[in-house]
Design a protein around this ligand. Structure first.
Ligand SMILES: *[C@@H]1O[C@H](CO)[C@@H](O)[C@H](O)[C@H]1NC(C)=O
Ligand SMILES: *[C@@H]1O[C@H](CO)[C@@H](O)[C@H](O)[C@H]1NC(C)=O
Ligand SMILES: *[C@@H]1O[C@H](CO)[C@@H](O)[C@H](O)[C@H]1NC(C)=O
Ligand SMILES: *[C@@H]1O[C@H](CO)[C@@H](O)[C@H](O)[C@H]1NC(C)=O
Ligand SMILES: *[C@@H]1O[C@H](CO)[C@@H](O)[C@H](O)[C@H]1NC(C)=O
Ligand SMILES: *[C@@H]1O[C@H](CO)[C@@H](O)[C@H](O)[C@H]1NC(C)=O
Ligand SMILES: *[C@@H]1O[C@H](CO)[C@@H](O)[C@H](O)[C@H]1NC(C)=O
Length: 412
């Protein structure tokens, strides 16, 4: 929504009298489509994502932070940065439990993951911070509540399948690494994607979803090849699109989602087949996603070169990419107390905001100041979290200023 500058003071005083401005009823102008390197809304306006990851895929399988703050106050913090999207992560196990009739209430989920004593304590904190929930609210209803609040605050929801078994991600030996890995049952994964795609039809703010976060080799070194990628990702995308034709579908690459060149450039996947957008009836729904954590890089040109080589050439005006689609950097991030002035952080910002043809979209890792449980440690602090431990304020003003200015330069 473009507000003429001359109206801003009036809106400002209105906002003081009544904090809830009338919403633009047509927002979010979905469904979105992919048109060349750009995401377009239904008005054919270019939409660029600038947002943050809100994790909900670990052991409890409930979006983090709700023992400390309400859904609306967390969303307001995200809004304060000027962001327009959240990457909301979930585990396939959440859907498996629904199919198998496991009690998915908040009470059961917290006690299961944190034990009787701590689970009960944290549950009570969640209910006290979020009085609209009860112990019988289901995990999926918490996702619904977040999606509803996102709609209220005009923030798009990008759903991300982060893992199969709910746990901290990602390692080669965590069982969630590659199709067929210990916990990565392919049939359940496809069922889970289709389920969430269909379920999210009731969320007005829902605009896109991913196939899978950070594919990688398993502990025995298998996986991470394009033929197997192709044979799994394409039918899974077909399933999402059949269940709900509206969302954009994000295709991630190999090696922790750092490599997409083979697909973007339409090269032989290893058996004589090449990926071509033209083969898909929903080609205008396909978006590429990449991650970058080259945090220790000392030369910005190295970071730029590797991003470009791994798929960002699809974002260039008249470039070499055969399969030209939008590329979104769905993860990058840094320690909030040391990282915002690094070559890495400054370079990512510069690169994405100066791409030929306009800024590219991104979602920073991560909003969470702490986790219910991470790798066995309860109430685990997250030094990469934009928010502090109890999610009440920014962890580091310099770092949140970096993010705020990145948003401003992206949503020009
Ligand atoms: C959408 O906008 C682009 C320019 O950004 C224009 O080339 C195209 O024709 C428009 N498409 C429609 C359907 O209006
Ligand atoms: C329960 O919570 C307390 C305080 O947060 C923590 O010290 C303790 O380790 C937790 N118990 C378990 C089993 O993790
Ligand atoms: C939750 O469900 C149980 C079992 O149906 C019921 O006994 C209990 O009163 C419910 N709690 C709330 C807060 O509704
Ligand atoms: C390697 O791991 C995968 C996934 O866990 C498994 O399917 C495969 O059988 C294993 N291969 C070998 C040679 O152990
Ligand atoms: C290559 O592998 C994919 C995935 O299994 C398959 O769909 C395709 O037909 C194969 N291409 C050739 C030429 O065998
Ligand atoms: C996709 O399209 C390309 C070019 O149009 C073609 O060469 C390729 O074989 C197709 N692949 C499949 C799996 O249909
Ligand atoms: C906040 O981040 C900046 C930039 O990395 C750093 O210089 C500063 O020491 C950090 N502040 C605190 C309190 O850690």
């Amino acid at each position: 929504m473009h507000i003429p500058l001359s109206l801003l003071p009036i809106l400002g005083s209105l906002a003081q009298a009544s904090p809830i401005l009338p919403r633009a009823s047509s927002w979010p102008n979905a469904p979105f489509t992919a048109s060349g390197r750009d995401i377009k809304n239904s008005l054919n306006e270019t939409v660029v994502y600038a947002g943050v990851n809100w994790p909900g895929a670990a052991d409890v399988m409930i979006p983090e932070g709700l023992q400390y703050q309400s859904v609306s106050s967390i969303m307001s913090k995200i809004k304060d940065l000027g962001m327009n999207v959240i990457r909301l992560t979930y585990a396939i196990e959440l859907v498996d439990d629904i199919y198998s009739g496991v009690d998915s209430s908040l009470k059961a989920a917290f006690i299961q993951a944190l034990g009787e004593t701590n689970g009960t304590k944290v549950l009570n904190q969640v209910l006290s911070s979020n009085p609209s929930f009860t112990e019988n609210t289901t995990r999926l209803e918490v996702f619904d509540a977040i999606a509803a609040e996102a709609d209220t605050q005009l923030i798009y929801v990008h759903l991300d399948n982060h893992v199969s078994k709910g746990e901290w991600c990602c390692g080669h030996d965590d069982g969630n690494a590659w199709f067929g890995d210990t916990y990565f049952n392919v049939a359940n994964w496809k069922r889970g994607l289709a389920y969430m795609s269909s379920h999210a039809k009731s969320w007005p703010a829902f605009t896109s979803m991913s196939l899978r976060n950070e594919l990688r080799t398993t502990s025995n070194g298998t996986g991470d090849n394009w033929v197997s990628w192709y044979e799994n990702m394409v039918p899974a995308a077909d399933g999402i699109n059949a269940a709900n034709p509206a969302p954009l579908i994000f295709f991630s690459g190999l090696n922790y989602d750092t490599q997409l060149a083979t697909i973007v450039n339409g090269k032989d996947i290893g058996n004589g087949t090449t990926f071509s957008l033209d083969n898909y009836s929903y080609k205008d729904k396909i978006v590429w996603e990449l991650h970058n954590y080259a945090n220790s890089a000392t030369n910005c040109n190295d970071i730029k070169g590797s991003l470009r080589n791994q798929g960002y050439n699809a974002m260039e005006g008249s470039a070499s990419a055969v399969n030209k689609a939008p590329v979104v950097l769905t993860e990058f991030g840094f320690d909030q107390n040391t990282g915002s002035s690094s070559v890495y952080a400054q370079c990512i910002k510069e690169y994405l905001t100066t791409l030929p043809g306009g800024p590219g979209g991104w979602m920073q890792w991560v909003i969470s100041g702490s986790y219910y449980i991470r790798e066995g440690a309860q109430d685990k602090d997250e030094t990469w979290g934009l928010l502090n431990h109890d999610w009440s304020d920014w962890r580091n003003q310099t770092a949140s200023d970096y993010t705020k200015s990145f948003v401003e330069k992206t949503l020009v």
